[in-house]
Write a protein that binds this ligand. Structure first.
Ligand SMILES: Nc1ncnc2c1ncn2[C@@H]1O[C@H](COP(=O)(O)OP(=O)(O)O)[C@@H](O)[C@H]1O
Ligand SMILES: O=C(O)C1=C[C@@H](OP(=O)(O)O)[C@@H](O)[C@H](O)C1
Ligand SMILES: [Mg+2]
Length: 172
């Protein structure tokens, strides 16, 4: 049991949660954890394989358990998968935590994720898929987050600094 993560990053696929999360942890001198990595380690297969073998609802159930474990057991920086906030219980657990929403526009999203088969939800027509996902999710990211950081045109290092500034955290 811990006091909870010092930073939780949410936002759409490819926005840089995993990249920026590791940088923020380095700057704070604390641990970094990524729920997608926890799932891959626990399941011994890739996220894409879980989607293919068992479908999205099974993935979401596995993800929910992984997120809840990390929220109570990790006190460093935590990056969530882009769809974790779809679950109402998860959103409730995030209330009051230092959650930052990383955002970007659709063109930046396609640049960062375009041809990447590791994200099964964007495998076909990524631009349209991404727009639809954002229509369904944007308000949920805003709802759970204490602050939002736009990442378009910014390096991961700049985004990491903006996350620290948004939460008024000091570099170690
Ligand atoms: N600020 C940024 N500018 C440009 N590319 C970035 C930025 N942040 C991340 N990337 C790149 O975008 C891709 C997705 O990043 P990742 O951290 O895996 O995103 P997420 O965990 O949100 O899906 C990676 O190739 C990463 O190197
Ligand atoms: O947005 C989503 O529904 C997903 C985001 C992915 O994580 P990233 O946001 O780290 O790419 C991964 O959990 C899975 O492919 C589903
Ligand atoms: Mg990630």
């Amino acid at each position: 049991m811990s006091a909870g993560p010092v930073v939780v990053l949410v936002g759409p696929m490819g926005v840089g949660k995993s990249t920026v999360g590791a940088l923020v942890a380095e700057r704070l001198g604390c641990g970094y954890r990524d729920t997608d990595q926890d799932i891959v380690a626990e399941q011994g297969r890739t996220i894409a394989d879980i989607f293919l073998d068992e479908g999205e609802p099974v993935f979401r159930a596995i993800e929910k358990r992984a997120v809840h474990r990390a929220l109570v057991g990790h006190d460093g920086v935590l990056a969530l998968g882009g769809g974790a906030i779809l679950d109402a219980d998860t959103r409730e657990l995030l209330a009051g935590l230092p959650v930052v929403y990383l955002s970007m526009d659709v063109e930046e999203a396609v640049k960062r994720t375009g041809l990447n088969a590791a994200r099964p939800l964007l495998a076909v027509n990524p631009r349209r898929q991404w727009r639809e996902l954002m229509e369904a999710r944007r308000h949920l990211y805003v709802e759970v987050a204490r602050a939002a950081v736009a990442t378009d045109g910014h390096t991961p290092e700049e985004v990491a600094q903006a996350v620290l500034d948004a939460l008024e955290l000091k570099q170690a």
